[in-house]
Design a protein around this ligand. Sequence first.
Ligand code: G3P
Length: 218
Amino acid sequence: MKFFVDTADVAEIRSLAETGLVDGVTTNPSLIAKSGRKIAEVIAEICSITPGPVSAEVTATEFEPMLAEGRYLRGIAANVAVKVPLTEAGLRTCRALSDEGTQVNVTLCFSAAQALLAAKAGATFISPFVGRLDDIATDGMRLIADIVQIYRNYPNLKTEVLVASIRHPIHLVESAKLGAHVATLPPAVIRQLLKHPLTDSGLAAFLADWRKTGQSIL
Ligand code: G3P
């Protein structure tokens, strides 16, 4: 499973990239706004930190301007994946950009039917938002299960399931059990993944016993 970081905070991305756990980055207009920086500048810097796909989202809503924005964003760096919303114009743009060899991440997916359309439009990634479904008492993980099942029936579909809107480690674990290809994780959730109190207490006990030996390895 590939881990993407869901943020436009460059300091967070640099810190997590040093762990070797980062396979890419996803941003969206809200995350860019939160960064307080110009999109071209911050996306260029993020693309210089990680060689993996870096999602940069268009903000136009009609096909022609959306395609123009996507071509501009793709021109920022070779590893830009253009993010388009799951709308008719978004799917038209996805098809056009995909045919030009551009990676496309189709976002704001909330149904299996939408995910099938995105795959037919040549999406590189489909981003179903599990957390926002959970937020309205709908089972987000059920959507992941349905998408993975549908895609598995058609081996010619190359779209990767990129689980988004992840709220906690269980979303990640359940997505991995279902066979999703990618998870995009807020920095805080990535850090939660490795924490376990028994690891901490076990390490403390090992080191306490080691200190009693009076020896050192080097
Ligand atoms: O960036 C796409 C998605 O991960 C955002 O999810 O619900 O945390 O805004 P959310």
